[in-house]
Write a protein that binds this ligand. Structure first.
Ligand code: ZN
Length: 329
């Protein structure tokens, strides 16, 4: 079997939230991401699925949520994505701390990690998030959304995910199979268990790092935890090859599932984290024009026929928008 095309990096990260309005307000208004799609959980149509991303929904920028109001608070632990980190432009962390003070967001002390400065904080559901200050090149593939946060400070897609693993070895081997390369190990800092952080790098420039920390601290899925992490397999052929490679390691990937904006394969890796492989297309603009992304509740395929029942079962939410600028005349 030939090696699969290495993954360029993270495609999206999907998390569990509580109150949908609180989730929407925080990710759109406080953090300044764009709501690029408002839909439903295709396996549980009584629940929303929100997609927050950069201005164009570029792969490697979308943080998505299932607001499962009935679920209880989760606990971050082993067998989970424990931290989700986003890139922000170098020099912008002072702006973010000021903004967090203004919005009443608690954050921790900055830490240095692999030569970069990291600002850890949590969303209203307690989900651990980090901002990492990096140099954003002129030809960066991400496009800042500037409705609430100026471009010079805006979040520019994922930096990394950190995996907490009881037994890292097989998962690390899987990451290598997926085309990531081990680039370093250093002493872990901050609110993390274990004492060593090992970093793996994918071939892309956004969401291209996966960090591994060994821990046996147990976790529980619920509000404030990551549900799964998706990695980019840009074409169907890339995905098929990666699927076979994963299967050859003894894992049990699903058949390809059409997720309307991308096509997906899912599997649980050796420590129990749900991994997804997602294609680049068709993308978030396949069913809404770029300038109207997120404004309407989009129901893929068969769900459109049940729109009335589905809408009746969902909590009303208001999408935050900046005040229109008053003109002088
Ligand atoms: Zn997904």
């Amino acid at each position: 079997m030939t090696d699969p095309t290495p993954t360029p990096g993270i495609h999206h990260v999907t998390c569990v939230a509580g109150d949908p309005q609180q989730n929407m307000d925080f990710w759109v208004e406080t953090l300044g991401l764009r709501l690029v799609k408002r839909s439903i959980n295709q396996d549980d149509p009584s629940t929303y699925h929100f997609f927050f991303a950069d201005a164009e929904g570029t792969p490697g920028t979308s943080m998505t949520f299932f607001p499962w109001e009935d679920l209880s608070q989760g606990k971050v632990g082993s067998g989970q994505v424990s931290r989700t980190a986003f890139r922000v432009p170098e020099g912008s962390l002072d702006y973010w701390e000021d903004r967090f003070d203004e919005f009443g967001v608690e954050y921790d002390d900055r830490v240095e990690r692999f030569g970069e400065t990291v600002l850890p904080f949590r969303d209203p559901d307690g989900l651990p998030i980090e901002l990492v200050a990096v140099e954003i090149p002129d030809d960066d593939p991400t496009v800042p959304w500037t409705e609430f946060v100026p471009a010079e400070y805006a979040i520019r897609g994922f930096h990394s995910v950190t995996l907490w693993l009881a037994d890292p070895q097989q998962t690390e081997d899987l990451l290598r199979t997926m085309g990531l390369e081990e680039i370093g190990t250093e002493q872990a800092q901050g609110d993390t268990p274990g004492d060593e952080r090992t970093r793996f790098a994918a071939t892309g420039s956004v969401g291209n790092y996966v960090d591994v920390l060994p821990t046996i601290q147990s976790g529980r899925q619920g509000h404030g935890t990551v549900h799964h992490v998706a990695f980019q397999t840009p074409t169907d052929e890339d995905q098929q090859a990666m699927r076979e490679a994963v299967q050859s390691k003894g894992l049990r990937p699903t058949a390809q599932i059409d997720r309307h904006w991308f096509r997906s394969v899912y599997f649980r890796e050796f420590n129990g984290i749900l991994f997804e492989l997602a294609t680049k297309g068709p993308g978030y603009t396949s069913d809404e024009p770029l300038d109207e992304l997120g404004e309407k509740l989009v129901l893929p395929g068969k769900f459109e026929g049940q729109r009335d029942q589905i809408e009746a079962g969902l909590t009303d939410v208001t999408i935050p928008h900046a005040e229109p600028i008053e003109s002088d005349d």
